[in-house]
Design a protein around this ligand. Sequence first.
Ligand code: ZN
Length: 248
Amino acid sequence: MRALIVSDIHSNLQALDAVLADAEDAGGYDEVWFLGDLVGYGSDPVACIDRLRGLPHVAVAGNHDHAVTGKLNPDLFNGAARAAALWTTQQLSDEEMEYLIALPEVLQAGKFTHVHGSLRDPVMEYLISEPAALATFALMETPFCLVGHSHYPLVWSEDNGRAVVELLDPTTPLFLESGRRMIVNPGSVGQPRDGDWRASYLLYESERGGDGGVLLHRRVEYDLAGAQRGILAAGLPETLATRLGSGH
Ligand code: ZN
């Protein structure tokens, strides 16, 4: 079984399409595992929802999905994020809204748990500190947990009661062993924040590597100028366009 693992698409259709094409070139996939924040920030929420729904997939909700549907108060966001959430709400049909509303916050499937933020706070907590990672390890009922939200491609490994973090690297496959529990973030498709503007994602192969399979990190260039033009043409805050180019 091969899965395409993506998170934080954020209505960036150019980035999503580049990832889908790159994953096909890399051997394809049987299903998509999406970790939340399909919408918010970018200018193509409807097309991104359509793309994902057109593929065999499982998905969980992110904080931006919740803000667009009203499950989360957009006033909790900074100005640009709030403006994008309110704009996105106006673009979606009832049916597209229903799809976002129905997304679960946590999903357990085989050896993996899927959640946007963390297991103790599914849509809001950033898994970027050791105490946060340890709290999620304590709640995990599977060997591996997949998260998004921070937009950093990284892996937390459990090691003698500690949690050790490493950035993912496209040159180094991540072999999964059930005896070594891990929390993995594929990075962001639509708004990377680790200083590299290219879309970030993972391919999973269950039949290769350790008894848990292997994760392959990939980065792919996309039509950055097109995504930026879309944001400006939609009247969204200019900062949402410029930050895409810096990868922050
Ligand atoms: Zn996000």
